[in-house]
Design a binder for this molecule. Structure first.
Ligand code: PAF
Length: 286
């Protein structure tokens, strides 16, 4: 690990030249796609892939196509200088920070169409165009950086499933890894969007994780999944959240489940407090 400044590539051509140079030396490459506003969760992803590859590239690109018109694209936090400081301290080799016109030049016309986990009835019910934007930009980033391995946070659990499916379906020559969610001491999952929370909302926010943990424990102990989720939804709503969904799904396929199956399950939540929409998930192993 070093605290040298990472090399910053602002164009696809610069990124490709950098990666080709490493490849000529026989080095392997990992990519950590991000939208910046980096926190410890992102830093943990860079550390995790450092174990897998000689070189670590972090992309920072706030991808317009994954935001609907009514979402927070324009106010999404942009903190490039402090992101660079964090990545230097983490020993990252390079940052890819393309301009929107490099990613989506005039005349750009292609979008990846998804089924499978992208249509599981979770995020897609509330953000119907989101995963097409994510998959399209991630496919581009993977083709631009041609990494051996790429890592995505488990906090966006459905996104990770969508990306795994896409990489498999398109035979992308990359290994997709998931990185564990990093939490604040009170259990709130780290997220770039946590900066939107008022002080009072920030105090309430850990209720999501606490309630899921409670419900997970009861389900593991044999309680009925439907009834347990109903009372967990009531507890979350009583705390002042508007719930988009709270569900238990098969962890691999995201298919609905009604009882323990012997396969890994995942409990996933999305809920709004004030103007902020939070998502989180936990494992509910049988
Ligand atoms: O998870 C994110 O930050 C984004 O959805 C990603 C994967 C970087 C694509 O823009």
């Amino acid at each position: 690990m070093s605290s040298d400044q990472p090399i910053v590539a602002h164009s696809v051509a610069d990124l490709r030249a950098l990666v080709s140079g490493w490849r000529r030396l026989g080095e392997t490459v990992a990519l950590v796609p991000t939208m910046g506003a980096l926190h410890e969760g992102h830093v943990s992803l860079t550390k995790r892939v450092r174990q897998e590859a000689n070189r670590v590239v972090v992309s920072i690109f706030v991808n317009p196509t994954q935001f609907a018109p009514n979402e927070d694209f324009s106010k999404y936090p942009r903190t490039f200088e402090s992101d660079l400081t964090k990545l230097a301290a983490a020993g990252v080799d390079a940052v890819f920070n393309p301009a929107p016109s490099d990613m989506y030049p005039d005349g750009f016309a292609t979008t990846i169409t998804l089924a499978g986990p992208a249509t599981a009835g979770l995020e897609d019910r509330f953000r119907p165009t989101h995963f097409a934007g994510v998959a399209t930009v991630v496919a581009k980033l993977l083709l631009q950086a041609s990494p051996d391995v790429a890592i995505f946070g488990e906090k966006d659990f459905q996104q990770l499933a969508v990306i795994r499916q896409m990489a498999r379906d398109l035979d992308l020559p990359v290994e997709i890894l998931g990185g564990s969610t990093i939490r604040e001491p009170d259990g709130l999952a780290m997220s770039s969007r946590n900066v939107y929370l008022s002080d009072a909302e920030r105090q309430t926010a850990p209720l999501l994780h606490r309630t899921m943990q409670d419900a997970g424990q009861r389900i593991r102990a044999g309680a009925d999944i439907g009834a347990t989720l109903d009372s967990a939804r009531a507890a979350i709503a009583a705390g002042g959240f508007d719930i988009d969904y709270l569900e238990v799904r098969d962890a691999a396929t995201l298919a609905p489940v009604e009882a323990l199956t012997g396969r890994p399950l995942r409990m996933l939540v999305a809920a709004r407090i004030g103007k902020t929409r939070l998502i989180d998930n936990i494992a509910v192993e049988a």
